[in-house]
Design a protein around this ligand. Structure first.
Ligand code: SF4
Length: 384
């Protein structure tokens, strides 16, 4: 392991904010590569999507990139030769407050590698948060990482201080995690703490948000297994968001590794589409269509595949269908469906032109919509 003798705060932040890019469970944008993009003002400034859909920026860093764990997918695992450093509590608090007081960030995302033990590291995460909350009276957004293997007491303390917390589930089941780590116990270190956080969040009057993240493609799991777990995390444990991070071969010099990396990004994108269908479109986990290996289509989005496999459902009448049925139409999202419902309350929609300018999405939707007898012929002219 390389040890840097005395990096200053700026150098440490450069290293540690770069290494924090692998953690997406802080509402970082989920458009294709948005969540891996840092803002222009500083390397530790990351764009995020707020719960209302608005955009903001977070000060996002690790406390330390030293780690006693050996997760095979992680560039920071103890066996890798990377430059390690640790921020002091004062460096974290003062650096964040400098940006916050200048109005350049909305809040803080704080995570860490495991410095010795999970408990010692949680103690440091909690101490920094307490300094901000109590000494500096900071009442804004703080997202804290809960480390696998943390004690119930440390978890309860973190939940009492944070606005949002996340403990990464990593894989859909213990058989997959055991391929990636000799240190983490799937049930004891991850699933039980997630359950505890859910129960504490319900009791907490501030309704602390809980998110988690899967690493995609590192353990041979398929999409169906990830989707089934995702659905259970929402329905049984009340999680607010699930994120997906494509496993990347760090040394992708050969074509095969480069192709696998590219395919990982596409899988990640398809899983985010499924996640939106579960959360915003009324889809159930059992409705998604997979190949014989449990994989989602790489070529087409999951909603379009569903539509092609359910011809009996279409065309959907744009003037009479309920919201749920309109949301099944490929090319129509929640905002367009709301606009359609508002427009048809005023006057009948008689053509695709009535729902906005012609673009790829409206043209796609037109193939699945019925506007009434006069429009039907026009709809089927869009044959592409
Ligand atoms: S515990 Fe976290 S930082 Fe450490 S090796 Fe595993 S994923 Fe990486």
């Amino acid at each position: 392991m390389l040890v840097n003798s005395k990096p200053d705060t700026f150098e440490k932040l450069q290293l540690l904010s770069r290494d924090s890019q692998y953690d997406l469970a802080c509402a970082c944008g989920t458009d294709k590569f948005g969540h891996r993009t840092r803002g222009g003002q500083g390397k530790w400034i990351y764009p995020i999507t707020l719960p209302d859909g608005g955009r903001s920026v977070l000060f996002k860093t690790l406390i330390s990139n030293a780690c006693s764990s050996d997760c095979k997918y992680c560039p920071l695992n103890k066996n890798n030769d990377v430059r390690r450093c640790t921020l002091t509590n004062e460096e974290i608090v003062n650096s964040f407050l400098d940006y916050y007081n200048r109005g350049e960030v909305f809040g803080l995302f704080l995570s860490s590698g495991i410095i010795g033990t999970a408990e010692a590291t949680m103690d440091k995460l909690i101490t920094c948060t307490e300094i901000l909350r109590k000494k500096h009276q900071f009442k804004g957004y703080i997202h804290l990482k809960i480390l696998p293997g943390s004690s119930p007491a440390a978890i309860a303390k973190a939940v009492s201080l944070a606005t949002a917390v996340s403990l990464n589930i990593e894989t859909p089941g213990k058989e997959f995690l055991s391929k990636l780590s000799t240190k983490k116990d799937f049930l004891k270190d991850i699933v039980e703490p997630i359950k505890l956080i859910s129960s504490l969040a319900k009791q907490n009057r501030r309704r602390v948000k809980q998110t988690t993240q899967f690493i995609v493609g590192a353990a041979g799991e398929n999409d169906r297994q990830i989707v089934d777990y995702t659905s259970a995390l929402y329905n049984r444990m009340g999680l607010n968001r699930v994120y997906f991070s494509a496993y990347q071969h760090i040394h992708a010099e050969n074509q095969q590794s480069a192709n696998q990396n590219q395919e990982g990004f596409i899988r990640e994108h398809r899983l985010y589409q499924v996640d939106f269908l579960l959360r915003k479109y009324g889809f159930k986990q059992t409705e998604f269509i997979y190949d014989n290996s449990g994989r989602l289509s790489i070529e087409k989005d999951p909603k379009e595949i569903w539509a092609q496999n359910h011809p009996e459902f279409f065309p959907v009448n744009i003037n009479t269908a309920n919201k749920y049925n309109l949301l099944r139409v490929p090319g129509l999202g929640p905002n367009t469906v709301e606009m359609i419902i508002n427009k048809r309350n005023v006057a009948k929609i008689s053509s695709i032109d009535d729902i906005g300018s012609m673009n790829k999405r409206t043209l796609k939707a037109a193939k699945y919509l019925d506007f009434g007898a006069q429009q039907k012929n026009k709809v089927f002219l869009f044959n592409f």
